[in-house]
Structures are given as C-alpha cells and as structure tokens.
Design a binder for this molecule. Structure first.
Ligand SMILES: Nc1ncnc2c1ncn2[C@@H]1O[C@H](COP(=O)(O)OP(=O)(O)OP(=O)(O)O)[C@@H](O)[C@H]1O
Ligand SMILES: [Mg+2]
Length: 611
C-alpha cells in the first residue's frame, strides 16, 4: 500500500515547513483568536521563567548577605515576594493555557470532522467498495484528525521553549559563558532519537489498521442490537469471543514489541542528555571552587540549568510531535484532498422529466474484480412504463439498478435521458429525478415521519404528503396505531420508541421512495418481506400510485412482474431475453422455465398447465 511508505524526502526542511504550515493554517481557520492567545500565553510563560531565575538569585544573595553589615531585611522580603508572585503567575498562565488548549483542540476537531465528512459523503459509491479507502478513513478518523492540533501545540511549545531557552540562556551567559554550549549539546541526542521513535509509531499504526478494524467489527457483532438475536440463536458468542481475544492478544504482543523498541530509543536519548547535564553541574561546582562565580549566582544557575533542561525536553517533545504527526498528516492531507468525485451527488437540484431513458451497452466492474458484474447491457425505460429486471442471484440486477441511478459510473457505454448522457446533466439532477429503494434499505432510528420525509430532505416535511405516501405503500394503517403517531421513534433504542416488523419496515421504505416524487422510481425487491395480500395490493395499485412516473422493478417473484411493460432477463451480467410476459412465455426460454418452476411450486402436481 502506497500510504505505508515513508517518503524519501521526509527529512527535508521543506517538508517540515509544509507540514507545519498546513497544520497552522488548519488551526488558524478553526479558531483564530484562541490560537493567538495560546502563543501569547506561551511567551508570557517564558518571560515568567527567566524572571524566576533572577528572583532566585536575588533571594539567595539576600540570604547569604544576612550576617553582614549591609544586610537589608526589606530587600530580602521584597525578593521573596517577587519570587512568590512570579511562581503564582507561572501557575496561572499554565492553567489558563491548559483550558484554552483543550478548547482549541475541540474546535480543530470539529473543523476536521467537517472536512472528513465532506469527503466521505462526497466520494462516489464505488470508492466505498475498496478496502484501502476504509483503512485510510479509519486511520484518519482514529489518529489523524487530532494531529493538526498536536503539531500546532508542538509548534507553540517549540516557540515557548525557544523563548524560555533564550531567556534562561541569557541569564546563564551572564553567570558564566561556558555553561551555555554544554547545555545546548545535551539536547541533540534527544532530538535525534525522537525522530526514530516517530517513524516507529507511524509504521506501527499502519500495520495495526486492519487488525484494529477486525477487532472493532467483532466487538460490534458481540454488542450490536441487531446481531444479538442471531448470536444467541446460533450460540456464536464463544466463537466470536475467542476470535476477539485472539485479535486483541496478538495486538498486545505487537504493542509490547513496539513499546520496547520505542523505549530503547527513548532511554538512549535521555541517558545521554542526563550525562551532559551532570557534566554541566560538575563544571558549575568547579567554577565556584575557582571563585569564578558567586554562590548566589551558582545557586540561581542551578535552578536555571534545571529549568533549561526541562525546556530542552519540551523543545524535543515538540519537535518529536511534529515529526511523529508528519506521516499521519500526509495521510490526512491525501484524504481530505480526495476529490468529491460523485458527479451526481450532494447538490440540491430540481428533478427533471424524461420521455425515455436508454441504458446503452453499459458495463461495470467492481474494484478488485476481473469480470464485469454488468456486461454490455442495453435497456430502455419509457415514460410511465413499469420495467422489470429478473434473473438469478448474482446475475447483476442490483448492480444495473445502481448504474441506472447514477450510483456507479459505467466503464463502457452510458445512460441517456432523452439522448443526453447523464454525466453531462447538471450536478444533482439525476439524483433528484430518481427514487431508489434498495434491497438493504436503511431503517433510521428516528421518527416515523422523518423516515418517510427523508425521501425529500431538501424540502420542509409536508405531513399531508407523508400520509399520502404512507397510504400508497400500505403503511398508514400501522402508523396511525403508533402511540405518538408519526412522531413515534421507530426504534427501541430511544425512549418511547417502537420497532416495526420486517414487512412494515419495507412499507416505510416504499413510502420514502413515493414521497420523493421523482419521475423514475427504482424498486430493488421492494416486496420480498410483504405478505401476499400486501404484495398483491402494492403491485395491483403500482401504476395508480406511480401516477405516470416510471418504475424499474427488480423481483424474484414472477407473479409480481407479470404485468410489467417489458421484462429483461439477466444472466451473468448480460441481458439474455426481453419482452412482455406473454412474449417471453411464448419464447419458451429461461424466463418461461423459471416462471413455470415458481408457479408449479404453488400448485398441486396435477395442475401443470400454468402460464
Ligand atoms: N460490492 C461488491 N463488490 C464486488 N462484487 C460485487 C459487489 N456486489 C456484488 N458483487 C458481485 O457482482 C455480481 C452481481 O451482483 P448483484 O448484487 O448485482 O446481483 P443481483 O442480481 O442483484 O443478485 P440478488 O438476486 O442476489 O440480489 C455478483 O457476482 C456479485 O458477487
Ligand atoms: Mg440484488
């Protein structure tokens, strides 16, 4: 996978610059003034630190002076008060910074979610067929979203640590110049090893993406409401638990190995830094014995050395965060720069009428498959016609329906509305002109009226139209029995909710499609869960309900497609037969065979004369 590669240019300053400026601009757009305040507070914190060192020297000088004649108690008290005030101020700055930083973090997260959802809803349905897309989506969602803020925090702490470092270094130089270079060297090993750690972290995260998703999926199976019944009925809990434990166990082993490697780098870095720090302290003692600096200055220098080393750590930490985030941010940047490549999607548009739709020599192949699921298919849907697709499982009916609805782009051929290629229609027009009910439609855990009104989300819900659509799909009967009528949530997961039966849900989905009021309605097995009477009513009233609209109907029950204006028989992605029911029966081909097979199942052995 290309994303797992660490770019060769990852060391270049230009890359660092791009990374930092990308992050800063994201944070800047998300919350401008808070960001400025964070920087100001960081600089204030640095100034307070340098002030503290001077105050320490002042206090120490005062104390050491106490026995002498020039001793001034009031000066000492003043110095102590100054030190206390600066310490308190440092604490206040720190805590305000903490709160502000949390707030900025959330603001950035919101704006990142915004972009992420723009992409995940803007890409075509085909993208959702690829596992690579899910891997990246997952990684971006779990770890990359917070990275721009982490980088920004890193930059802010680098700024602060540098400012504090300069302040402290200046005071140290004032005490004795030789102290400075020693301290600077102490930071280098940490900077070096932290780079290595960042690489390890990203590689680990890439390697773990798939197992993490496997684990999340297994835990969903074990805790999901819809899954609960089957897990129990089949006694799957133990098997799935074992699977979950196995995946988790393997993760822990990998994590252990990863952490040990990381710790090794970290220890090397810290250890070297500590050695250099110790050497600095020795130099300090040596300078006192030589009488090069006063005891008060040496005491203050000790404090400064301590502070400076924690600033160097902060600097190294900041730099590490920036580098560590770099690879995640590349991931994020690639994700959010993915084109919203769905030519028909996400734009509100007016529906458009047609007098005929032609699917012409259309082919579509799923990503990762060699053979096309729809192969050179041509079908026609006239205005007001009911056109049916039949064929065995996997023959390509659903895929073709998705091609007609503009959800999958054709690899070859095209879909034409009155001769115009749908790809040249204004954005959103095809979707606005099509209503689809899928085999696996969504059951929204929301109110009954919302479930229907989602058919036309861009307009304010029209309750009369909702009832009309419900009546047309046969849903009005059970809807009026709900405790809160149309306001009843259709789920048991929220209070006051009611769940529906499978067939009732299907009627809700049909109502949603009718409510959309689009000139083309695509119904993918809309009646599979309906009882015979409901199914009969749906189909015998279909033309009335459609009121001149056209329908593309997919069904396995031949009795329901019998009245269609035209029936296409699909086999392995090809149209093998077409015509009306009577024509196809006369042809005596596949359709006639399957029709007789189904009909005979309903009748006794001696009444074979169906058709
Ligand atoms: N998301 C997918 N990725 C890869 N291949 C797919 C995908 N969905 C379907 N297929 C394959 O494409 C072919 C056609 O599938 P399709 O769902 O269109 O069949 P269908 O006629 O609707 O079947 P059914 O009657 O079972 O609903 C099948 O071989 C199927 O395995
Ligand atoms: Mg299907």
């Amino acid at each position: 996978m290309a994303i797992a590669e660490v770019p060769a240019s990852s060391k270049s300053p230009r890359r660092l610059y791009r990374l930092v400026s990308f992050s800063l601009s994201l944070v800047w757009t998300a919350s401008r003034s808070s960001f400025v305040w964070l920087v100001v507070l960081q600089l204030a914190g640095a100034a307070v630190l340098a002030g503290q060192v001077l105050a320490v020297q002042w206090v120490l000088a005062g104390i050491l002076d106490l026995g002498s004649e020039s001793a001034s108690v009031s000066a000492l008290v003043l110095a102590v008060v100054a030190l206390a005030t600066l310490t308190a101020l440092g604490a206040v700055v720190g805590s305000v910074q903490g709160s502000l930083s949390r707030f900025v973090g959330e603001s950035v997260a919101r704006s990142m979610w915004h972009r992420l959802l723009d992409v995940s809803t803007g890409v075509g349905l085909k993208t959702f067929e690829s596992p690579e897309f899910f891997d990246r989506l997952d990684r971006v969602r779990t770890s990359a979203l917070t990275r721009p803020f982490l980088v920004t925090n890193g930059v802010i702490s680098v700024i602060g640590a540098t400012a504090a470092g300069i302040g402290l270094a200046a005071t140290l130089v004032a005490f004795h110049p030789v102290l400075l270079p020693l301290l600077m060297i102490s930071g280098i090993p940490v900077l070096f090893t932290s780079r290595r750690e960042s690489r390890l972290e990203f590689r680990f995260s890439v390697d773990q993406t798939q197992p993490m998703r496997q684990r999340a999926y297994t835990s969903l199976l074990l805790t999901g409401r819809d899954e609960a019944k089957e897990i129990r009925a089949f006694g799957l809990a133990r098997t799935l638990r074992a699977r979950f434990d196995h995946i988790y166990g393997r993760y822990l082993v990998d994590l252990g190995r990863h952490l040990r490697r990381r710790a090794m780098y970290s220890v090397i870095g810290q250890f070297t830094a500590a050695l250099v720090l110790g050497a600095t302290l020795l130099v300090l003692v040596w300078l006192i014995t030589l009488g090069q600096i006063s005891i008060a200055a040496a005491g203050a220098a000790l404090v400064a050395v301590r502070m400076l080393s924690s600033q160097v750590q902060a600097l190294a930490g900041g730099v590490q965060t920036i580098f560590e985030s770099g690879l995640f941010i590349d991931d994020l940047r690639e994700f959010i720069s993915m084109n919203a490549d769905d030519p028909h999607g996400n734009t509100a548009a007016e529906a458009r009428e047609f007098s005929r739709i032609d699917v012409s020599d259309a082919s579509f192949t799923y990503p990762g498959r060699d053979d096309p699921a729809v192969d050179g298919v041509s079908i026609r849907i006239g205005k007001g016609e009911v056109v049916a697709l039949v064929g065995e499982n996997g023959s390509g009916k659903t895929t073709l329906a998705k091609v007609v609805a503009g959800l999958y782009p054709v690899d070859r051929g095209g879909v034409f509305w009155d001769g115009q290629d749908v790809d040249t229609l204004p954005a959103g027009t095809l979707r606005a002109s099509t209503a689809v009910i899928f085999q696996d439609f969504v059951r929204y855990a929301m109110s009954a009226s919302t479930n229907i009104a989602f058919g036309k989300p861009d307009a304010a819900p029209d309750i009369d139209a909702v009832w009309a659509a419900a009546a047309a799909s046969g849903a009005s009967g059970f809807l009026s029995d709900l405790p809160d009528g149309l306001d009843t949530p259709l789920t048991r997961i929220f209070e006051g909710g009611r769940d529906l039966s499978g067939g009732q849900w299907q009627r809700m989905a049909i109502a949603r499609a009718f409510y959309r009021d689009a000139p083309l309605v695509v119904l993918d097995e809309p009646s599979s869960a309906l009882d015979p009477r409901a199914e009969y009513e749906l189909y015998s009233s279909l033309r009335t309900v459609l009121r001149g609209r056209s329908a593309l109907v997919i069904s396995h029950r031949f009795s329901t497609v019998r009245n269609a204006d035209r029936i296409y028989v699909l086999d392995e992605g090809h149209v093998t037969e077409q015509g009306t029911h009577d024509e196809l029966m006369r042809l005596g081909g596949r359709y006639a065979e399957l029709f007789r097979l189904q009909a005979s199942a309903y009748l006794s052995d001696d009444s074979e004369e169906v058709a």
